[in-house]
Design a protein around this ligand. Structure first.
Ligand code: UD1
Length: 420
């Protein structure tokens, strides 16, 4: 298994191009099932998650054309040959559960494996299933699979929590349903809004995406379109913390403050300078130590849970004590023990981590446990003394395109080592 070696190497300087958003892209790919006409996506990130979902879509009969080394993908679902999403696929990639809504919406039938838990928590799918039942689907759980069938009819659905995945699955299921669907307490993430924008371009009638209440009026069919995947706000936030940890100045190309306003506010509170430029967002470390700040994760427009680990890595070096509260997933501090192995001073109690900033950390062999946890260890390694070896980097390849290249271009000492 490959690992990544990173050495503390002083301040960074330069530009980092931010790729298309992984999470948005995966849901857009699922949405290609909704039309007989091709959906072409540009600005597609070159990630193993995209490859995994492509394999699943191909198993359903979707033909995929690849251009521009995978940066442009054309999906043609004119001839669906299966409505079964197998466990082997869904367990590798939870987002593939989001073929459920498009499949039943288009064909009236879907059999999709339950995703099961994952490293960061149990991650139930009850909101997805109750939502489908409200739309009139018959939903049964058999042998670890969801069997959903029926012609869908518009309904009013109120989620107990603004789940990103459930909002997107139900939105996709309802665009071809008869009548009007109202989704209350909907997720407001830019990713969800971008998915709605693509569906609208395909002919869907959706109002209120990006707000708490969405209204979807069913249409008879969707057409094809070409859609550019939005900037990955989590990749953006990740690279914004890099100068916060290693020092220096980095311009994130394609970055936009509105994608991450709450996160940018906290970065500034810690002492970083953020400037909007013609090309993106520039982050500058003023020198000295950053200030410790408290953070609680929350659904958009709050502080994203997917940036909590990276922010924690930054707070490890800050002056003072910061309290990080994780409110979205119950088990999302697995990077803390690894950071402690590198010399961080962190106490975890339930959903709260208290980080007492230290002046120095030391490189160590550490284990990546999930995508965002792994990158937080690399970031910490960029400011630790000596060498940090991050193992199990396949997690990183799921969500960060050309990470070593992007970071070494701004001055980091980082390399991938082939494993046995
Ligand atoms: C998506 C993102 C993930 C991000 C998360 C929160 C993708 C591929 N992944 O995950 O990177 O961390 O949003 O911003 O887009 N819940 C239930 N029942 C449900 C659905 C959710 O109890 O049916 C709970 C979850 O267990 C979790 C919370 O709601 O505690 C939020 O989950 P959700 O917003 O659905 O996250 P995902 O869509 O899985």
């Amino acid at each position: 298994m490959d690992s990544i070696l990173v050495k503390g190497n002083g301040p960074l300087k330069g530009q980092i191009p931010i790729a298309g958003a992984k999470n948005t892209c995966l849901k857009l790919m699922c949405a290609s099932l909704l039309s007989e006409e091709p959906l072409t996506l540009t600005n597609v990130p070159r990630l193993s998650d995209v490859a995994t979902l492509s394999t699943l879509l191909e198993s359903l009969g979707v033909e995929i054309g690849r251009l521009n080394e995978g940066g442009t993908l054309a999906f043609s679902a004119s001839n669906l040959t299966s409505h079964l999403a197998h466990y082997d696929m869904v367990r590798k990639l939870r987002a593939s559960f989001n073929v459920l809504g498009p499949l039943i919406g288009r064909t009236g039938e879907a059999v999709v494996s339950l995703p099961g838990g994952c490293a960061i928590g149990a991650r139930a799918v009850d909101f997805h299933l109750t939502g489908l039942e409200k739309l009139g689907a018959k939903v049964e759980l058999k042998d670890g699979y969801v069997h959903a069938s029926g012609d869908l009819k518009g309904a009013e659905i109120e989620f107990p929590f603004p789940s990103v995945g459930a909002t997107e699955n139900i939105m996709c299921a309802s665009v071809l349903a008869k009548g009007t669907t109202v989704i209350k307490n909907a997720a407001r993430e830019p990713d969800t809004k971008a998915l709605a924008d693509c569906l609208i371009a395909m002919g869907a009638d959706i109002e209120g995406a990006g707000t708490e209440t969405m209204v979807v009026r069913g249409v008879d069919r969707l057409r094809g379109t070409t859609h550019r995947v939005i900037t990955d706000r989590i990749e953006l936030g990740t690279y914004m913390t890099a100068p916060g940890i290693a020092g220096g100045e980095v311009e994130c190309l394609g970055g936009r403050r509105d994608l991450l306003a709450a996160f940018c506010d906290k970065m500034e509170e810690a002492g970083l300078e953020i400037t909007e430029t013609d090309l993106g967002l520039k982050v500058r470390h003023p020198g000295g130590r950053l200030k410790a700040v408290d953070v609680a994760t929350a659904p958009f427009p709050g502080f994203p849970t997917d940036l909590q680990a990276q922010f924690m890595a930054m707070m490890c070096f800050a002056e003072g004590t910061s309290v990080l509260e994780e409110t979205i997933f119950e088990n999302r501090f697995m990077h803390a023990p690894e950071l402690i192995r590198m010399g961080a001073n962190i106490e975890v109690a339930g959903g709260t981590a208290t980080v007492h900033g230290v002046e120095k950390m030391k490189g160590a062999p550490v284990m990546a446990t999930d995508l965002r946890a792994s990158v937080s260890l690399i970031l910490a390694g960029m400011a630790a003394e000596g060498e940090t070896q991050v193992n199990r980097v396949y997690h990183l390849d799921r969500g960060y395109e050309r990470l070593e290249e992007k970071l070494s271009n701004v001055g980091a000492l980082i390399e991938r080592v082939d494993g046995v």
